[in-house]
Design a protein around this ligand. Structure first.
Ligand code: ZN
Length: 144
């Protein structure tokens, strides 16, 4: 894979909590072994970044991209990342590689956005928070 992508992915994944980062690295490596190159486009998201995203399609231009208010996304706790499939130096946003990346993610106990009900097109989203509720994560982060 392109060294620029590798460096960018490493920078992105460094923002995740350690157990999440390990899983993400395994996920990317397993996909790469099958010829699926993934670009990590988002990992940790600050509450301000989440607020800006939540505003899209509501109080700011664009289409709605998230249903999570600030402090209500696993991205806010370093437990989620988003990937895009890279093909021939370009990012593609659809295709069977997303489904395969989702299957591989599931095999690692990751929760895949493609399995979400009610949110369409979250095929690049993965999260991991076994036994942890958002309320508990919010409390631990001092957000309650
Ligand atoms: Zn996401």
């Amino acid at each position: 894979m392109d060294s620029v992508i590798i460096a960018r992915n490493a920078r992105m994944l460094a923002t995740l909590v350690p157990e999440m980062r390990s899983l993400a690295e395994r996920h990317l490596a397993m996909c790469a072994a099958e010829g699926i190159a993934l670009l990590v486009v988002q990992a940790l998201r600050t509450p301000d970044e989440q607020a800006a995203l939540y505003a899209k399609g509501r109080t700011a231009p664009g289409r709605r991209v998230t249903n999570a208010r600030p402090g209500y996304s696993w991205h806010n706790f370093g437990r989620a990342y988003d990937v895009a499939v890279a093909e021939g130096g370009k990012v593609v946003w659809t295709g069977h590689k997303y489904a395969r990346a989702g299957e591989i993610g599931r095999s690692l106990s990751l929760v895949w956005g493609g399995d979400f009900k009610g949110i369409r097109g979250d095929l690049g989203h993965f999260e991991y928070h076994p036994g942890l509720t958002l309320t508990q994560a919010r409390a631990a982060a001092g957000l309650l």
